[in-house]
Design a protein around this ligand. Structure first.
Ligand SMILES: *Cc1c(COP(=O)(O)O)cnc(C)c1O
Length: 404
């Protein structure tokens, strides 16, 4: 039997045996990839419709990014920030220019960028706004996902993410997402920041009502509160613009970036803001051993240059329209709702039909990899290098799964 020779079951058993069970992966074992396609240990090919939760916006092993990584590996990989290296200034300047901000602070993971944003906002609150010592609060939204540290899960409203990880960090007020009146009412004289995802990715690609983000911007300006946009998943081309905030002409005080910034090669995150905000940090007050390392900077500089061409944002807009048209045609045929923007979609499957997990398993059998979230929802976020034919293929496979 050919099946007995498949390496997949064995490789899955090994992976389960030696790790904490903090994930429930689909039963595939990937060994190589290129562009939008993954190949498993048995040589089967899959279309990647998750793209590493948007860490792979430029696809797997984009030639420009791989070349930059190789070249840097042969010269210099790490100095720590105790010394300056020759990749640092270009990266910071070019990213700051892409963001339209004065300064950049590089870190590694998304959660570290969020933690950095929180620390900077609090320090700004005490030193610039004049909040009484220890009193700073930050307004956040229900359904948020900002990462996994103890402080960040302290203001999560997802019980799986939060339960049994207390005691929790105080200083956060949670309000319903998309409700400007509630957000406005939650701001008091000790509020230093509003921290939001302009589109809530993990929650199921939830787009706020039109006018919400400009409203948040206006209230923050009026109340002297920083607007921090967590664009770690929504930013860097995913929605058809450089930032999801761009769609509504909104400029936050602070961008939090990660995921795609590392080109799918290395973890790179960053905070971008103007001098009046990021300038509150002095030497010794914040840092990271690996943050802004030469390899990270070499790769991320090329990521910024790819985005500066506008090509990927354009692809996301055009191909996203095709994806959404295809998905909308399935509403009433197994889908109950489709949300999203650009090459990013949240689909609610008719729960009477199957769970999101089951749909993803059946999609995987048909050679399309996607990820469920919150029961009956599936998220699609293919690499921005995906083609029209590949989008049509993914939609056709989904249609076949929903048709049973
Ligand atoms: C993924 C994500 C994070 C956390 O990033 P990590 O690199 O996993 O720490 C934070 N915010 C948003 C919106 C995310 O999607």
């Amino acid at each position: 039997m050919i099946d007995d020779m498949l390496r997949t079951p064995e490789a899955i058993r090994d992976a389960e045996r030696w790790t904490a069970h903090n994930y429930h992966p689909l039963p595939v074992v990937i060994s190589s990839a290129e562009g939008s396609w993954l190949t498993d240990v048995d040589g089967r090919r899959y279309l990647d419709c998750l793209a590493g939760y948007s860490a792979l916006n430029f696809g797997h092993r984009h030639p420009t990014l791989i070349a930059a990584a190789h070249a840097q590996l042969d010269r210099l990989t790490l100095t720590s920030r105790a010394f300056v290296h020759d990749q640092f200034a270009d990266f910071c300047r070019e990213l700051a220019e892409l963001c339209g901000k004065d300064l950049v602070l590089p870190m590694n993971t998304g959660a570290e960028a969020v933690e950095t944003g929180i620390k900077v906002a609090r320090k700004w609150g005490y030193q610039v706004k004049g909040v009484a010592p220890g009193m700073a609060n930050i307004v956040v939204a229900e359904g948020n996902f900002h990462g996994r540290t103890t402080t960040i899960v302290s203001f999560s409203t997802d019980e799986d993410a939060r339960a049994d990880f207390g005691p929790y960090t105080p200083g956060f007020t949670v309000v319903p997402y998309g409700d400007l009146a509630a957000l406005s009412a939650a701001i008091d004289e000790n509020t230093v920041a509003v921290l939001l995802e302009p589109i809530q990715g993990e929650q199921g690609v939830v787009v706020p009502p039109e006018g919400y983000l400009p409203g948040v911007r206006r209230v923050c300006t009026e109340q002297n509160v920083l607007f921090i946009a967590d664009e770690i998943q929504s930013g860097l081309g995913r929605t058809g613009d450089t930032f999801a905030c761009d769609h509504e002409g909104v400029t936050p005080d602070m961008y939090l970036l990660g995921k795609a910034l590392g080109g799918g090669i290395v973890p790179v995150s960053a905070v971008a803001a103007n001098t009046d905000v990021l300038g509150v940090l002095r030497p010794g007050q914040h840092g990271s051993t690996f943050g802004g390392n030469p390899l990270a900077c070499a790769v991320a500089t090329e990521v910024v240059r790819l985005l500066a061409t506008g090509e990927f944002q354009r692809r996301s807009t055009e191909l996203g329209a095709r994806l959404h048209a295809g998905l909308r045609s399935l509403v009433g045929k197994g889908l109950v709702a489709v949300r999203g923007r650009g090459l990013w979609a949240g689909l609610d499957i008719d729960p009477a039909l199957m769970s999101g997990r089951e749909a993803c398993e059946r999609l995987a059998e048909r050679g399309v990899l996607a990820k469920d979230t919150h029961g009956a929802t599936i998220r699609l976020a293919p690499p921005l290098v995906i083609t029209e034919e590949e989008i049509d293929h993914a939609v056709a496979q989904l249609a076949a799964v929903l048709a049973g």
